[in-house]
Ligand binder design. Structure first.
Ligand code: FAD
Length: 380
């Protein structure tokens, strides 16, 4: 077994590490405090090719493999989780459905500007009454006179309302199947479509510089052709999209966990108590050793899930395991990082207090820890 990253993977990792260290991390505190979307950073990431990493060059992407994209996310997330989730939601949830299921015309029209980083795109699955129960979609779309008429609402949608956003792909019920289940279809809704209403951004505990909004649809009409794949394929499509998305959230969580370890190591060597750096105390060393060990394991888990996906082998179970373990590792690391910082860790001036707030949502977004455990159990 060869764990060596290839030249391209190392190059992208180094590029993202440098970008995160020099451009993202120094601004993370201010972005979090102001809750302002960092347009200049996101545009720069687009110019560097980071918003279209796993898509072929012919569609404006960088032609990298899925693992390379995940490694890039780890590094960007190490700089700031809010910037990381903006990249992840755009790539895994916004752009990849066009690549996987879009017609050639849809790929040219939608995927190319997304992969080039000229636009962002959102994916709207969650609803006020349908979160973990994602098949409980209430939003309906009726086909009349060659147009889909959409009515309903979506909650907590990332990247839906930025100035760079081109639109959202949503799940909607378009009928009933013979087996009594809802027929779910993915519909493309460009920003500015009449009847598509984008709500104000939420005030959030973490990921504060990312854009998250409620959406509503009041007789919103899109042409019959603005369907992703075939009508009725929506459920199968978003299950696959979420599998890959969970590997990516695993990578993002490893980045956040690593940032907790970085800050803890630095602080433990600087802070003196009882005439010695606190890193000299075995109780602190054990915390650092546990953090490093769990991070290593979480990283290997997302590497393996990404590798399985690249081999076109089933990876649902491994994706859920990677997401579950990495997000819970990041939570434990954030907790220990604050503990190692003592009272200073409770103060806004120290990044670890932000990491502690940011980490919670990693156990919720793209399927809660409970949902991951259900999926893993189903595959045992
Ligand atoms: C910042 C942020 C960004 C997001 N971005 C997006 C996005 O871009 N697109 C999108 O579609 N969604 C997005 N989401 C939504 C996210 O995926 C959901 O919040 C998540 O799936 C949980 O759904 P819910 O919030 O409705 O919680 P619920 O489903 O109501 O869950 C509440 C609690 O009940 C538990 N629970 C529910 N069902 C079961 C069960 N069967 N067994 C055991 N426990 C159960 C859950 O684990 C949880 O602890 C985002 C959420 C946040 C917070």
């Amino acid at each position: 077994m060869d764990f060596t990253l290839n030249a391209e993977q190392q190059m992208i990792r180094n590029l993202c590490r440098e970008f995160a260290e020099e451009e993202i991390k120094p601004r993370a505190e201010e972005m979090d405090r102001c809750g302002a979307f960092p347009y200049d950073l996101i545009r720069k990431m687009g110019e560097l090719g980071l918003l279209g990493l796993p898509f072929p060059e012919e569609y404006g992407g960088a032609g990298a493999d899925f693992l390379t994209y995940c490694i890039a996310l780890e590094e960007i997330g190490r700089g700031d989780a809010a910037v990381g989730i903006t990249m992840e939601a755009h790539t895994s949830l916004g752009a990849s459905p066009f690549f996987l299921y879009g017609s050639e015309e849809q790929k040219q029209r939608y995927l190319v500007p997304l992969a080039r980083g000229e636009q962002l795109w959102a994916f709207g699955l969650t609803e006020p009454g349908a979160g973990s129960d994602s098949a409980g979609t209430q939003t309906r779309a009726e086909l009349r006179d060659g147009r889909w008429h959409i009515n309903g609402a979506k909650n907590f949608i990332t990247n839906a309302g930025t100035d760079m956003t081109g639109g959202v792909t949503i799940t909607a019920v378009t009928g009933m199947r013979a087996d009594g289940h809802k027929e779910i279809t993915n519909l493309i809704v460009p920003k500015g479509t009449q009847g598509y209403i984008i709500g104000n951004p939420y005030h959030k505990m973490g990921w504060r510089a990312s854009d998250t909004r409620p959406l509503s649809f009041e007789d919103c009409q899109v042409p019959e052709g603005d369907v992703l794949g075939k009508p009725g394929d929506g459920f199968h499509q978003f299950m696959h999209i979420l599998d890959a998305g969970r590997v990516a959230i695993g990578a993002l969580s490893v980045g956040l966990a690593q940032a907790c370890l970085d800050e803890s190591l630095k602080y433990a060597n600087e802070r003196q108590q009882f005439g010695r750096p606190i890193a000299a105390f075995q109780a602190v060393q054990f915390k650092l050793a546990d953090m490093a060990t769990e991070i290593e394991l979480a990283r290997l888990m997302y590497y393996k899930a990404a590798w399985l996906s690249m081999q076109e082998q089933p990876f649902t179970r491994e994706a859920s395991m990677a997401k579950l373990f990495a997000s819970e590792t990041a939570k434990r690391c954030a907790d220990q990082a604050v503990q190692i910082h003592g009272g200073y860790g409770f103060m806004d001036e120290y990044p670890v207090s932000r990491y502690w707030r940011n980490v919670k949502v990693h156990e919720i977004g793209e399927g809660t820890s409970e949902v991951q455990r259900l999926l893993i159990a189903k595959h045992l």
